[in-house]
Ligand binder design. Structure first.
Ligand code: GLV
Length: 329
């Protein structure tokens, strides 16, 4: 008998095709994610789940799954929406999609950096509103990117992707991470610094950490206050790494010049959020990995993880490989 799987949204067709060959799949067809209770009902009796970062896979959800469940496969690299410890305690492997979205996400973070510095979005709004009357010698000035200092917080794959791009712009590159990365330092000409020094010296600060209790509201009043006046903050990591109220204060008082966010707290951002009243912020709807090629790669990778899990094989990309030693014991 074929395994039974629930897929929480329509994903690129190649991934669904792979799944259909190995399992009976039900795909949630709505544009919005399944509500929590429905997610539980749909998954409870099934062997596997393919989920997205918009699904809340918490301890209650995991406890509600039947004994037949073999795998949870997330089509994303970040898994902060999943209680991985609870899955591990039940011996359920959890898959993710690292590596395939590195360049696409770094490209987008770079697009935000350039758009923020050179006021691309403001300029577009200005043009559309009919206010463009002449070439203005002191209008729409922003900082140079070439030769500026870029501070990268979180020097994993995507953070290093930013450094790679920054080299082409002759930037000075600083980074902060839990661990020093000497090889990447050499490869990208990046300098390891303390967080405070990075904030003080960088013209651009780009966030590339995961979301954990340690990084929750990492950019708070104190840290935003340490950034240069005229500094620009880019966040393509996870929304809650930045305290939105503190960011509002920093932007509205012009203690920093601008922010560009692809992720917010909460997601989606409330229409009445004060941040949306500001001119010096760009907010995009969590689309950094949204290229045709990358979303297809993420879907096929998530499908491959799911299929391996259904067969009882190790997932090619597993965030809790300790489940295998638990099973062996
Ligand atoms: C996207 O944000 C991801 O984690 O893949």
């Amino acid at each position: 008998m074929k395994s039974r799987v629930f897929v929480t949204r329509v994903i690129p067709e190649k991934g669904l095709e792979m799944l259909r060959q190995h399992a009976d799949i039900e795909v949630w067809q709505e544009p919005l994610p399944p509500p929590y209770q429905i997610l539980i009902e749909k998954t409870r009796g099934r062997d596997g789940l393919l989920c997205l970062l918009t699904d809340r896979i918490d301890a209650g959800f995991i406890a509600a799954l039947g004994p037949q469940v073999k795998v949870i496969s997330q089509m994303a690299v970040g898994v902060d929406n999943i209680d991985v410890a609870a899955a591990t305690a039940r011996g359920i492997p959890v898959g993710n999609t690292p590596g395939v979205l590195t360049d696409t996400t770094a490209d987008f973070a770079w697009a935000l950096l350039m758009a923020a510095a050179r006021r691309v979005v403001e300029g577009d709004r200005f043009t559309r509103s009919g206010r463009w009357k002449t070439w203005g010698p002191i209008d729409f000035l922003g900082p140079d990117i070439s030769g500026a200092t870029l501070g990268i917080i979180g020097f994993g794959r995507i953070g290093q992707g930013m450094a790679k791009r920054a080299r082409g712009f002759d930037m000075r590159i600083l980074y902060f991470d839990r661990t020093r990365k000497p090889e990447a330092e050499r490869e990208y000409g990046a300098t390891f610094t303390g967080l405070d020094d990075l904030l003080r010296e960088s013209d651009f600060v780009s966030l590339h950490t995961d979301l954990s209790p340690k990084t929750y509201h990492l950019m708070n009043d104190v840290r935003l206050g340490k950034m240069k006046q005229g500094g620009i903050l880019i966040n393509t990591a996870r929304g809650p790494v930045v305290d939105p109220a503190a960011l509002y204060r920093a932007l509205s008082s012009r203690s920093i010049a601008c922010a560009a966010l692809d992720v917010t707290e909460p997601e989606p951002i409330d229409r009445n959020d004060p941040l949306l009243s500001l001119d010096n912020i760009i907010i995009t709807p969590h689309i950094a990995s949204a290229s045709h090629q990358t979303r297809t790669r993420m879907a096929t990778m998530a499908a491959a993880n799911l299929i391996a899990g259904l067969k009882g094989e190790p997932l090619p990309n597993c965030v809790n490989p300790q489940v295998y030693s638990m099973i062996a014991k």
